[in-house]
Design a protein around this ligand. Structure first.
Ligand code: GAR
Length: 209
């Protein structure tokens, strides 16, 4: 088993930041050994930046131009520098709607994690809960995984399953998935903090406590 070490987290998000909130709540409750050192968004008015302010955390908007769907070039450099300036050792993607590129992955090897609202490898990409609903899946869920160069393809740390009900709407299914996300993300990060994760190829081995 590895050594316990408190994580110094940098969060990247584009939206409401409810997953970041669950991480902050887990830290406050003593369930996660971590600090959130900074919050970065590619969306100027994102709620996640407001949440950062509420918690007196540095919240930084970084202009993603000229790219529409990825974090690359100058913006990527700027993100890396901001994360480094805040002493970040673990990069947490929490509703970040861009592909991260090799520059960021090289700067934080095996230390970029993501949460995805589906049971990967099913339904990668956008609006995954809606994809599951339209496909007629009977179960859905969420996945916390290490990020690699593909889209939602990296080694899986934790998954949680929820049922799909016949009267579900996209919104009701997403809400059910999000309840699980809010538990799964802090749990997965705590495993990382405890040094209990070992990546062997595609598999993440979780060592016992
Ligand atoms: C979450 O459901 C997350 O899994 C999803 O966006 C939502 C963000 O919510 N992420 C993706 O779809 C990434 N491709 P939040 O801003 O309230 O945490």
């Amino acid at each position: 088993m590895g050594r316990m070490s408190k994580l110094c987290i940098g969060v990247l998000g584009s939206g409401s930041g409810s997953n970041m909130q669950s991480i902050l709540d887990a830290i406050a409750a003593g369930r996660l050994a971590a600090d959130v050192a900074c919050v970065i968004s590619d969306v100027p008015g994102a709620r996640i930046l407001e949440r950062a302010r509420t918690h007196q955390l540095p919240g930084v908007y970084i202009d993603p131009a000229p790219f529409k769907t990825k974090l690359d070039g100058m913006a990527e450099q700027c993100v890396i520098e901001t994360l480094r300036a805040h002493g970040v050792d673990t990069v947490v993607l929490a509703g970040f709607m861009r592909m991260v590129k090799p520059g960021l992955l090289r700067a934080f090897p095996q230390r970029v994690v993501n949460i995805h609202p589906a049971l990967l490898p099913a339904f990668p990409g956008m609006q995954a809960w809606e994809q599951a609903l339209k496909h007629g899946a009977k179960v859905a869920g969420c996945t916390v995984h290490f990020v690699d160069e593909g889209m939602d393809t990296g080694p899986i740390i934790v998954q949680r399953v929820v049922p799909v009900h016949c009267d579900d709407t996209a919104a009701s299914l997403h809400a059910r998935i999000q309840e699980q996300e809010h538990q799964a993300y802090p749990e997965a990060l705590q495993l990382l903090a405890e040094g209990r994760l070992r990546v062997e190829g595609r598999r993440v081995l979780v060592q016992s406590a």
